[in-house]
Design a binder for this molecule. Structure first.
Ligand code: DGL
Length: 258
């Protein structure tokens, strides 16, 4: 079991931003990445539909790929299905995305925090509960990143169109005084160059939860004594429901993001 791979799942390319952090934190582990691709974006689908898609993906990682731990590297799928997945696949630890609202609320000086995520993440309990728990006395502005996922999936993240789209979501947060912007969708770190350009010189921190998720994976492997034995070369596999061309894109994007 120790040498079984870790599974990482997202609706598409976004979870590669988490895959990269896990790879850095655990260079001896084999990883299987499943980017659905066929049903992406998930962001405005009904919760029940996302649960069915997440079930198929996690089922494939656990039952076919034999993963010893699965990371749901998708905030939208975490918000819609994490309890269901943990109950159904109780034999493997399942790590979900944590909206990084807590560190942002602890760090803010202006007492205004911006959160960018998909529509379905923002209207779910997970984001609301986290904001209510840590955001007392803090204005938490939740703004959907409309079009962001499509930009990343379309390889258009460094275009003027991307800049205009991100600016439209972020400028109103800045105008309200936000000094922290939480990335609540795993696709969004691919837009970091654009985001950083927009907030440059304005004293704003951008908070990405993926390093914390990788640390959680390390903790669980240690807790359950599941770390790779180190006797085998790690392998990296990429799977998709969208066919070979998309699968190959995942592979290339992963390698270029290292
Ligand atoms: N990357 C995903 C997330 O973290 C989902 C994006 C989408 O498919 O809409 O929410």
């Amino acid at each position: 079991m120790k040498d079984a791979p870790i599974g990482v799942y997202d609706s598409g390319l976004g979870g590669l931003t988490v895959w990269r952090e896990i790879r850095r934190a655990l260079p001896e582990e084999s990883l299987v990445y499943l980017g659905d691709g066929k049903n992406c974006p998930y962001g405005s689908r009904p919760r029940e539909e996302i649960r069915v898609l997440a079930d198929a993906a996690v089922g494939r990682l656990v039952e076919e790929a034999g993963c010893k731990l699965v990371v749901v590297a998708c905030n939208t799928a975490t918000a819609a299905a994490i309890d269901f997945l943990r109950a159904k696949y109780a034999e493997v630890p399942i790590v979900g995305m944590e909206p990084a609202v807590k560190p942002a609320c602890l760090a803010t000086r202006s007492r205004v925090v911006g959160v960018l995520a998909t529509e379905r993440s923002l209207d779910g309990d997970l984001f609301r509960r986290t904001a209510a728990k840590y955001g007392e006395g803090i204005e938490v502005l939740m703004v959907p990143g409309r079009g962001f996922v499509e930009l990343v999936e379309g390889d258009r993240e460094s275009t003027p169109e991307a800049e205009a789209c991100v600016r439209a979501a972020v400028e109103p947060m800045l105008a309200r005084g936000a000094d922290q912007i939480v990335l609540g969708c795993t696709h969004y770190p691919f837009l970091l160059p654009v985001l950083e350009r927009i907030v440059a010189g304005r004293g704003v921190a951008i908070v990405d939860p993926s390093p914390a998720v990788a640390r959680r994976v390390v903790q669980l492997l240690d807790r359950d004594d599941l770390r790779a034995s180190g006797k085998r070369q790690p392998t990296f596999e990429f799977l998709s429901f969208a066919g070979e061309e998309y699968r190959r894109r995942l592979e290339l994007k992963a390698l270029e993001s290292l």
